[in-house]
Design a protein around this ligand. Structure first.
Ligand code: IP8
Length: 253
């Protein structure tokens, strides 16, 4: 394959969401092996926070913002998810992938919970050099609220456009978008209201599966499609093979 990809790793596949920042190292090692073997024109990895960031963001109410004198949660939450990012980068590097961590807190700005700027030129240069930037859902400064949480899925939407990505894959702990027990093979704006989509029972300040689908539908409007599949199918996605999950097709512009 010669296309440029984003691979999003859900927080629930790289951490145990029911425990306090418990990193799933075996899962990470297996994903890293698939990335190391992939033949692409470039991969950016984006990961969620799982149990390394969501509990902290919730405890400090970062979903509603931050005010003067009450900024401890910004530090605590960023540290938690940065620790996870360090582990993801280290695991990739152990398998020979030229991974490097990139923290949205340092390079992004939001307004009312939505990204308004993320410097893409350094990511572009990293990709041109054959590096694999590893970006994560993070707390970022917000022009209206002081601070907010930007999810990995929101980053996917912004960066897929900014980096001219051709395929986006989201590895999750379920086989795709589920309508009851059934994997929905394809989703679009018309079919979404007819589906019964559940949400995770675990701590999640950024909207779970519904939040994810909304970001991906927005992305499809920009002409970029995405695939949601079980983490065991990462190698299939990277190879451009069938993965048994859900497809959100890019709309022709
Ligand atoms: O797990 C959330 O990112 P997500 C980031 O992709 C933090 O929703 C710091 C809670």
């Amino acid at each position: 394959m010669s296309d440029r990809l984003i691979l999003k790793l859900g927080g629930s596949v790289i951490t145990d969401k029911s425990a306090d920042c418990a990193i799933n190292r075996d899962q990470l090692a297996s994903i890293a092996g698939s990335i190391a073997r992939a033949r692409t024109a470039g991969i950016a990895v984006i990961h969620g926070a799982g149990s390394c960031g969501h509990p902290e963001a919730k405890r400090y109410h970062l979903d509603v913002g931050a005010v003067t004198g009450q900024t401890e949660g910004i530090y605590v939450t960023h540290r938690a998810v940065s620790r996870l990012n360090d582990e993801v980068v280290a695991t990739l590097r152990e398998q020979g992938v030229a991974a490097i961590g990139v923290h949205p807190l340092h390079t992004a700005i939001a307004d009312n919970g939505r990204l308004v700027n993320f410097e893409c030129r350094h990511l572009e240069t990293m990709l041109e050099l054959g590096m694999v930037p590893v970006i994560h859902g993070d707390v970022v400064m917000d022009l209206s609220r002081g601070a907010c949480i930007v999810s990995g899925d929101q980053l996917v939407r912004y960066l897929a456009v900014g980096l001219a990505i051709s395929r986006v894959g989201l590895a999750t702990d379920v086989p795709g978008v589920l309508d009851g027990e059934r994997v929905v093979p394809e989703i679009n704006r018309d079919t979404l209201p007819t589906l019964r989509i559940g949400n995770s029972i675990h701590t999640d300040v950024t909207g779970g599966m519904r939040g994810k689908i909304n970001e991906l539908l927005e992305l499809s409007q920009a002409g970029i499609g995405s695939d949601i599949f079980h983490v065991s199918r990462v190698a299939d996605f990277l190879a451009g093979a069938a993965h048994g999950g859900t497809i959100v097709k890019g709309m022709k512009k």
